[in-house]
Design a protein around this ligand. Structure first.
Ligand code: EPZ
Length: 438
């Protein structure tokens, strides 16, 4: 028996680094808000129109799941027309659920609509253990029976009843899942220790546009008065906070001058403060942010926190910028257990980093050089793109499908700012090992 890797054509991203990003670009609708709002349509009995959706794989996969359940879904660019009236299915196929993290929002939404949900465990980025015990705690508090079996969750309830829920830790997904069930429960629900991210507020605004009664979103106490009927509506999701931050970091990392239009500057305050601290120049208006830098960046320390702290989703792109800051930067990842795998890839580009548990110590070097690197998760992909833009020479990035899950047309946005970036098909060994039986 021989073991071989098959040579095949695989798609890579190719970046010729060293260009300053300059000009104006705009940000798309938010991935993490879109994947919470789309399942919420299951809670109403009339068609909805969701606008400003990002044109990304996670939205397309979620549309497939909604169709599988019986909804009619028409996705035209950044607008989705969903008619949930045909929904009668309560189970989601594994081949779809495992392609993203947010498939588990269908548990809360299906419980709210049908009182029954059968959803395989979600996929999504490998960032260490990502349990869903708090989601289950919340649904059980609303009266559901939840059974976790080998490959998924089965939940059912005769009638959801409001309750007080105190989360043991702040969880974005848990807060969203409980909100989705509680809006159709009988009675009042209060969620204590709730997540406060912008997309929690956006979901609450969407639910209230359908006639729900959600108060306090954006604070750590969310109060929901259950209603029996929700009506259809048209709603535009908020801009993507993490895409905005990724573009801000790329601008500073390339010593550029970039204006990002269509964003919400107040959502970026933690990142803006850090970029100012390291030496970038930032000005903003109601819906745009301008980032300029001369490249003389000081090392800074980052501690990821729940909103409004420094977002865990931006520590990875930020670590790329810090690889050439003057001095030693320390990143403490307080949200996930394993979110530094991109740093090992960046070491192939000349970065100098050490990881001790949840702490990354980055010693600034004079510059990065192009190399072949591999994406391990969505924001690692963004980090490697930033590193490729910074590096002298050509960087080839494999496994770019992760990037396509969460960024709409990232290359064309960067190209419009002067980046030399494209997709290429190259002959390479497939990442899968092939067993050849002699
Ligand atoms: C959401 O993940 C986002 N994903 C993540 O973005 C983001 O990093 C994260 O929130 C934090 O902001 C989506 O919105 C689809 P959590 P989620 O529940 O909901 C632990 C990206 O790149 N926890 O707030 O999974 C958990 O293990 C992605 O866009 C429990 O212990 O995050 C983690 O350590 C990556 N029990 C911490 O809490 C639970 O029941 C925060 O998780 C739930 C979570």
């Amino acid at each position: 028996m021989a073991v071989a890797q098959k040579l095949q054509l695989i798609q890579k991203m190719q970046i010729k680094g060293g260009c300053r990003l300059e000009g104006v670009t705009s940000v798309s609708g938010g991935k993490n808000t879109a994947v919470a709002i789309i399942p919420a349509v299951l809670l109403c009995d009339e068609p909805c129109v969701i606008e400003n959706l990002p044109d990304i794989d996670d939205v397309r996969v979620l549309a497939e799941m909604m169709r599988h359940l019986g909804a009619s879904v028409a996705l035209e660019g950044n607008t989705m027309h969903i008619d949930p009236r045909g929904v009668s299915g309560h189970s989601v196929p594994a081949k779809l659920a495992q392609r993203m993290r947010a498939s588990y929002y269908l548990i809360g939404a299906l419980l709210g609509r049908l009182g029954r949900a059968e959803v395989p465990y979600p996929g999504g980025c490998m960032l260490g253990p990502r349990p869903i015990d708090q989601h289950i705690k919340g649904m059980e508090a609303l009266g559901a029976t939840v059974v976790c079996h080998s490959d998924g969750v089965f939940a059912e309830v005769d009638e959801l009843r409001g309750n007080d829920i105190f989360f043991d830790l702040v969880t974005v997904g848990g807060t969203i899942n409980v909100m989705l069930s509680a809006v159709r429960a009988v009675g009042n629900t209060t969620i204590y220790n709730a997540a406060k991210e912008p997309h929690i507020v956006d979901l609450a605004n969407f639910l209230n546009s359908m006639g729900a009664r959600v108060k306090g979103a954006g604070t750590d106490i969310i109060r929901i008065r259950g209603v029996q009927k929700l009506r259809g509506c048209t709603y535009a999701v908020i801009p993507d906070q993490i895409e905005t931050g990724t573009l801000m970091i790329a601008a500073a990392a390339t010593h550029g001058d970039v204006t990002i239009r269509g964003c919400i500057p107040t959502h970026m305050d933690a990142l803006t403060a850090k970029l100012l601290e390291l030496g970038a120049n930032i000005t903003d208006s109601d819906d745009s942010i301008r980032v300029r830098s001369n490249g003389a960046h000081r090392a800074v320390n980052i501690k990821t926190q729940v909103y409004p702290g420094f977002p865990t989703d931006l520590q990875q792109p930020m670590s790329a910028l810090l690889t050439t800051a003057r001095g030693t930067s320390i990143i403490t990842e307080n949200i996930f257990e394993q979110r530094f795998r991109h740093l090992m890839e960046m070491e192939r580009m000349g970065a100098s980093a050490r990881i001790v548990d949840r702490v990354a110590i980055i010693d600034g070097v004079s510059g990065l050089f192009g190399s072949s690197v591999y994406v391990t998760d969505l924001r690692a992909g963004a980090a490697l793109v930033v590193a490729g833009l910074m590096a002298e020479g050509v960087t080839e990035i494999a496994n770019t499908q992760y990037i396509d899950r969460g960024y709409e047309n990232l290359e064309s946005k960067l190209r419009s700012l002067g980046a030399d970036i494209r997709r290429v098909e190259v002959e390479d060994y497939s990442p899968m090992i092939e067993i050849i039986r002699e």
